[in-house]
Design a protein. Structure first.
Length: 179
């Protein structure tokens, strides 16, 4: 366990990466403990764990997926990111052209859709976000840690017309950090 703390106050995230040696056998390529870091809006801290440039992924690409520049999603690829949503904070309403799997690791989070309907997802809960307009809100006094896996997807078609994407960085004018 690492003594490094994230900007959110939660522990750093352990990352173990595997690969292959010169004989094609499985090896551990790296291990590290990295903290989440505050994003410019001040409502959450993020840590990109890995990304791929394509879907399907290319396991022959030796690039460290953390080093790829990403926004919220990576066009044509995928991203796994840890998000620590701070107590009493919320994201802007947004929609991305991706399918997102959110796994609540610690705490709880409220998910609100554009019509105002809300659901609370607690520790161990899983969200499947399918290109819908939504926001995240932490209504508690504790940090909520979520692992988000985002995979590029075509825009949702409503009556044959793609719905506009509105990424948080487009809504707020702040770039979402690559790490």
């Amino acid at each position: 366990m690492s003594e490094i703390l994230s900007d959110s106050g939660l522990p750093a995230v352990q990352r173990v990466v595997t690969g292959h040696d010169e004989n094609g056998r499985a090896v551990f390529k790296s291990e590290d403990f990295s903290p989440t870091r505050m994003i410019p809006t001040g409502d959450a801290s993020f840590l990109t764990i890995w990304s791929t440039a394509t879907v399907p992924a290319d396991n022959n690409d030796e690039t460290d997926g953390r080093d790829r520049k990403t926004g919220l999603t990576l066009e044509g690829g995928s991203v796994i990111r840890i998000t620590d949503m701070l107590p009493g904070k919320e994201s802007p309403m947004h929609r991305t052209n991706s399918i997102d799997y959110g796994i609540v690791l610690e705490g709880e989070i409220e998910l609100e859709l554009e019509d105002g309907r809300k659901k609370t997802i607690r520790q161990g809960g899983i969200i499947i976000q399918r290109g819908t307009n939504h926001l995240w809100r932490n209504t508690t006094d504790k940090v909520c840690r979520i692992a988000f896996i985002l995979i590029e997807a075509p825009a949702y078609l409503h009556n044959g017309v793609p719905l506009d994407e509105a990424k948080p960085e487009q809504v707020t004018g702040h770039e979402v950090g690559s790490h």
